[in-house]
Ligand binder design. Structure first.
Ligand code: ADP
Ligand code: MG
Length: 649
């Protein structure tokens, strides 16, 4: 018979810690929230090795009285609640009184604190929850907490920690969520001795966004501000429709300065942009909702990220209304200037990124700033030259490649495939493959192609495009119905894979003018960590100061896709929550998504020669009958089957 026992306090604390402290970023969140609650005007955060070795938070807040210090470290001890009703009027970040106790239980923690009334501070050290005596120490007014070796006594949890870059990526995202709604507080963030963010206080919330996300993001932001008497007060900024992202990661919602996740608000935001943004693209948003504390409950989730609204319908409509109203008053026509016409690189001084190639891809902020300036000067020079009307080409971003898209065979194939041995030695014996070498009959169908495919395909192929997405082709003993996108995607995928397998890098195309892309902190660390890997796929990026990456070359196969989209497609699989892919699977996923982006789309009209070329490539490709996502690219109906369907036996 199992015996029921009360858990020890240490066990209870460890379990509570599991709910609140998942990784170093959670420690940063809890401690910074405490520092904000303490009324600090300056908060300095320093980490070592992504925070798993050390998180140090120094604030200049109200401090803790020496005789209360042990209490601060005890579970369920808080200065922020006095009676149960307070629970429904919460104005502070903390109130459960369990963060410090939990963190102390699973780390080696030192807390030093001094109030303005005392001339010296008091200090306690804790080793996995075992506290030392309180001793005196010299220090300025405020609180300093050091958390070392997180999870040192819960090895299983420590093993769950990811790479330093990943953990630090979580920290920077947490940091962003904390500092955005607190522009009046001076924050610094240091990692391994290097300053990552230095955010002086400001009264302008847009300045804080600029400090974190860069000029590009704030340039066209639309300010949202409901009148003061509105029941649901919404303020902040949303992006002009000419700025959008392929995911909703740059959408920040705050409720009384607390970062929250809320599907309804997210939905309301996207709803406001319906018809303004193409589907699949997401607006950027930094929005603050203010509500009296009795209109919502934050006590539903241990990390307080999800809240429950008393009247969620009203919040939703109030929120949507605030944005819509602003849109009605704004000029939302695209202000995107026509791209300036470019010049041939050889006609001007070499661009600065060619001269000052930095093989280490270091993130030295001074060097990055210098480079940024050089690039800007260079662009300015080009623009002046162009204003003088000296030169004209069509595409400023790419080296000249002016072929009409559908006649551009090189786009159908990443490299021109000669007659491969595969075809010659007859290994390709798929009964339903599109072997166009033996096509016989001719047809007078309007729009069909009569192809002389040369040596590799001595016969002629009858293909006709239907509904701008399917190709219908006559086979010697039947009909093939081809999904043009799926087929092309498959061919490209196989070609890319073969190239990578052969140990070669994918061809890249240098951009005539490199493109700076502002990323979220999380995306930035991912891009930085994988810069070498992306290079093998033809995408060249390097840090460009702050959270900006500079793209200097993009995969040649994706010449029709904007380099920003290429970068975001490459980052995407790394950041997808809950997806833990190995290197091989990741590569595969990236190749899929590159192939998908580069392939002809449904709805594109193909020229006769493009159709012929596609069919020819398919004939050379063993695996072309399914797209990489597993959908079939070709359906074959034999004459026998068709006859049967028409009762013609
Ligand atoms: P909570 O924040 O939920 O009250 P914590 O365990 O995070 O619980 O903190 C316990 C108490 O310690 C707080 O209520 C507060 O009185 C005190 N405290 C913690 N951090 C600080 C700080 N940085 N400055 C002043 N007081 C602090
Ligand atoms: Mg707290």
């Amino acid at each position: 018979m199992p015996t029921i026992r009360s858990l020890s306090q240490s066990m209870i604390n460890k379990i509570a810690a599991g709910e609140v402290i998942e990784r170093p970023a959670s420690v940063v969140k809890e401690l910074v929230e405490n520092a904000i609650d303490a009324g600090s005007t300056r908060i300095d955060i320093a980490l070592e090795n992504g925070g798993s070795n050390l998180v140090r938070i120094v604030d200049n807040g109200c401090g803790i009285e020496p005789d209360q210090l042990t209490l601060a470290l005890s579970p369920h001890a808080t200065s922020k609640l006095t009676d149960a009703d307070d629970l429904f009027r919460i104005l502070s970040f903390g109130f459960r009184g369990e963060a410090l106790a939990s963190i102390a239980e699973i780390s080696q923690l030192t807390i030093k604190s001094r109030t303005a009334e005392n001339n010296e501070g008091a200090m306690i050290q804790s080793n996995g929850g075992q506290h030392s005596e309180t001793t005196a120490c010299g220090m300025p007014v405020g609180t300093q907490i050091e958390v070392r070796n997180l999870f040192f006594n819960t090895p299983v949890r420590r093993r769950y920690l990811k790479s330093i870059t990943t953990e630090f990526g979580h920290v920077t995202e947490t940091f962003t969520r904390l500092v955005l709604p607190q522009p009046n507080i001076h924050f610094t963030l240091k990692h391994n001795g290097r300053i990552v963010h230095e955010l002086p206080p400001t009264n302008d919330p847009l300045t804080r966004i600029r400090q974190l996300f860069g000029e590009e993001v704030v340039r066209d932001m639309i300010a949202i501000e409901t009148p003061p008497h509105a029941v649901v007060r919404v303020s902040g900024f949303v992006s002009h429709p000419n700025q959008h992202r392929p995911n909703n990661r740059v959408q920040y919602f705050f409720l009384n300065r607390r970062f929250i996740r809320d599907r309804a608000l997210q939905h309301a935001l996207n709803e406001a942009y319906r018809g303004i943004l193409v589907s699949g693209r997401f607006p950027l948003a930094f929005l603050q909702i203010e509500l009296p504390p009795d209109m919502f409950d934050v006590n539903v989730h241990p990390t307080k990220m999800e809240v429950r609204f008393l009247d969620s319908n009203r919040i939703y409509t109030g929120f949507l209304g605030a944005i819509r109203e602003k849109f009605l008053q704004s000029d939302l026509r695209s202000r995107l200037a026509a791209p300036p016409s470019g010049v041939k690189a050889t006609e001007t001084a070499p661009p600065p990124w060619e001269v000052a190639e930095d093989p280490q891809h270091t993130l030295d902020p001074v060097a990055a700033e210098k480079k940024r300036q050089q690039v800007q000067d260079w662009i300015a020079k080009i623009e002046t030259a162009e204003k003088d009307g000296r030169r004209q080409t069509t595409d400023v971003r790419r080296e000249p490649a002016a072929v009409s898209p559908r006649e551009d065979y090189s786009r159908l194939s990443i490299h021109h495939l000669p007659n491969r041995e595969k075809t010659a030695d007859g290994r390709k014996t798929e009964p339903q493959s599109l072997d166009c070498a033996k096509r016989g009959a001719q047809s007078k169908n309007c729009g069909s192609v009569n192809v002389d495919s040369g040596a590799s395909a001595p016969g002629s192929v009858h293909v006709v495009q239907m509904l701008a997405r399917y190709l219908v082709m006559e086979l010697p003993d039947g009909i093939a119905l081809i999904d043009q996108h799926a087929l092309h995607e498959r061919i490209l995928y196989e070609q890319l894979k073969e190239r990578m397998k052969a140990g070669r890098q994918l061809e890249s195309q240098r951009l005539l003018v490199p493109v700076p892309v502002d990323l979220s902190p999380n995306e930035f660390s991912c891009a930085q960590e994988n810069a070498e890997f992306f290079r093998t796929l033809g995408l060249h990026v390097e840090p460009f100061g702050g959270n900006t990456m500079l793209i200097s070359a993009s995969p040649a196969v994706l010449s029709k896709t904007s380099s920003e989209d290429v970068l975001s497609a490459m980052i995407e699989p790394f950041l997808e929550v809950g997806k833990k892919l190995g290197r091989e699977e990741l590569l595969d996923e990236l190749l899929h998504s590159m192939a998908c982006k580069a392939a002809v789309k449904a709805g594109e009209h193909l020229s006769a020669s493009s159709m012929q070329h596609l069919i020819q490539l398919a004939a050379e490709e063993i695996n072309s009958h399914h797209c990489p996502h597993g959908r079939p690219s070709t359906l074959v109906f034999t004459r026998e089957e068709i006859d049967k369907m028409f009762d013609r036996t």
